[in-house]
Design a protein around this ligand. Structure first.
Ligand SMILES: Nc1nc2c(c(=O)[nH]1)N=C([C@H](O)[C@H](O)COP(=O)(O)OP(=O)(O)OP(=O)(O)O)CN2
Ligand SMILES: [Zn+2]
Length: 125
């Protein structure tokens, strides 16, 4: 497929976490506003000139992140097992979003999770 269009949408949620086995202050419970940036690509626009409606994409992402909002991530599946690092969050959200996009004519390119303005982790396949 020769890709012509790339879309980017960002959503956010607030939650607490702590990092197991972390040799520093992040082993203690603390909070972040997590920003989830989703990038996808596609080729064919519908008759209104839209690849996939931003509002549909935002709704899809909101549904996935909503269970984590104002929660302790370490108590939520799968982060009761996987450490809730930005990397693990990015991988989890990538796979959840990919499942929801399976019937859409788009390719999920990358999910980036930022826990501050200065730090982010991206996951892609
Ligand atoms: N590669 C990763 N490194 C770290 C992660 C992570 O998810 N991936 N996470 C953390 C902690 O969540 C921590 O909250 C963030 O640490 P850090 O930015 O070092 O701490 P501060 O926000 O207090 O920033 P200062 O610059 O030290 O004030 C750690 N590492
Ligand atoms: Zn943290």
């Amino acid at each position: 497929m020769s890709i012509l269009f790339e879309l980017k949408v960002t959503e956010h949620f607030d939650s607490a976490h702590y990092l197991r086995e972390y040799p520093g202050k992040c082993k203690n419970v603390h909070g972040h506003t997590w920003y989830i940036e989703v990038v996808l690509q596609g080729e064919n626009l519908d008759s209104t000139g839209i690849l996939i409606d931003f509002s549909e994409l935002k709704g899809l992402i909101k549904n996935i992140i909503e269970p984590f909002d104002h929660q302790l991530l370490n108590e939520q599946v799968p982060f009761e097992v996987d450490n809730p690092t930005s990397e693990n969050l990015a991988r989890y959200f990538y796979h959840e979003i990919k499942k929801k996009l399976s019937d859409k004519p788009v390719k999920l390119v990358r999910v980036t999770v930022s826990e501050s303005r200065a730090t982010a982790a991206a996951y892609f396949e």
